[in-house]
Design a protein around this ligand. Structure first.
Ligand code: SF4
Length: 376
């Protein structure tokens, strides 16, 4: 079993972010009480002998929590299950929160992996997307965490800024590699939801990067990171050998997980998906009134399960195992998908190795299109 905790607070909102989070940090104490209430309320979803394999604190900004908050959460988890065999316990942090004291405090807790939202090493870009840190703060944060005992560190990088050049991206990559992280995640800047960047795009104040340059950038990322020993194991993720994220991999291999906190998703590993409502105030009220946490569920059909398998597995380096897909589809549907897969083999987007269909380098450049064509 894998556990996820959504910490829905940010000091300010970044211009591109459509994630659920709010800036009312004065509610953090009440939120942590409510989170611990939810852990206890849902304790029956965890077997007493259940082995917790990974824990992930994401957000929002988990690094807004204090030692006291983390101890409260960990003590509550430990009161209902054993986390001593947990292989990976990750916390996402923002560079501007990391001082020597904070890094030391994190290391005194069960965390053994850190994910840092660096996003860019160019100060103009950082201010364009309204991040709260500059590049020096990001470098200092990584150094502080390394000095204070963290060796398993992942860095996030955004590419595809308006007018960004390959040279600028190359500088970003070189700066990140020089910090010697074990893992790097790269994301194309997206314009989604109701964000200030979407507004600027609508008003034609900015323009999206053209597709050709985006593709060249993605190729640059793959080649540069490969040359420095970061192996691509998923469309957006690169790791030194043995440092792939175990927690994120659970989402791509349909493992069961429980998500706590507003907007967090859970999956039973079979056909039920559940998500807490994206409403912090109602979440806290549930604790105050000792009522159930507001959530919704969805029963996944065979078609949903097959599509999900296609989408998640093809995005990984291991690819899609045809036997796994066969267990989720009818013979007729499987035949249809295999015919489409053949078309992509002929166009050199997909290769077949034994029972696995894998995207080629060319295929990785148009993953979303290929997956949408294969959907049932
Ligand atoms: S810190 Fe992360 S979650 Fe918060 S607004 Fe920025 S991108 Fe979104």
């Amino acid at each position: 079993m894998h556990l996820y905790f959504h910490i829905p607070f940010c000091k300010t909102k970044c211009a591109y972010c459509a994630f659920y989070s709010c800036t009312e940090t004065k509610l953090i104490d009440s939120f942590v009480d409510a989170l611990c209430y939810e852990i206890l309320l849902r304790k029956n979803e965890l077997d007493q002998n259940e082995i917790i394999q990974t824990i992930y604190f994401g957000g929002g900004t988990p690094s807004l929590l204090s030692q006291h908050h983390f101890l409260q959460i960990f003590n509550t988890i430990k009161s209902i299950c054993d986390i001593s065999k947990c292989k990976e316990i990750t916390i996402e942090v923002n560079p501007d929160d990391i001082s020597a004291e904070y890094a030391k405090m994190l290391h005194s807790l069960p965390f053994n992996r850190i994910s840092i939202g660096i996003q860019s090493t160019n100060n103009e870009r950082l201010s364009f997307i309204q991040r709260r840190h500059d590049s020096q703060q990001a470098f200092d944060a990584v150094k502080q965490l390394q000095t204070n005992g963290f060796s398993n560190i992942s860095l996030d990088l955004i590419f595809g800024f308006p007018n960004q050049t390959i040279l600028e991206l190359q500088n970003d990559l070189n700066s990140l590699i020089a910090l010697q992280p074990t893992h790097i995640s790269t994301y194309n800047l997206t314009f989604e939801g109701e964000t200030p960047l979407v507004e600027k795009l609508k008003n034609k104040e900015i323009h999206e990067l053209d597709e050709n340059t985006s593709i060249q950038m993605y190729k640059t990322i793959i080649n540069t990171l490969n040359q420095h020993g970061y192996l691509q194991y998923e469309v957006s993720n690169f790791a030194k050998k043995g440092k792939e994220s175990i927690h994120n991999s659970c989402y791509w291999t349909q493992k069961p997980y429980i998500g706590y906190g507003p907007a967090a998703h859970s999956y039973d590993g079979k056909n039920i998906r559940r998500w807490n409502l994206s409403d912090l105030k109602k979440y806290i009220q549930s604790f105050e009134n000792q009522t159930n946490i507001p959530f919704d569920t969805e029963n996944l059909s065979q078609t949903d399960l097959a599509n999900e398998l296609l989408m998640t597995r093809l995005r990984t380096k291991k690819g899609l195992n045809i036997k796994d897909l066969a267990s989720k589809t009818t013979e007729k549907e499987l035949e249809k998908i295999e015919q489409k897969l053949l078309k992509f083999i002929l166009s050199d987007d997909i290769k077949k190795q034994n029972q696995n269909y894998k995207l080629t380098k060319k295929g990785f450049l148009r993953t979303d299109y290929i997956i949408s064509e294969l959907f049932l």
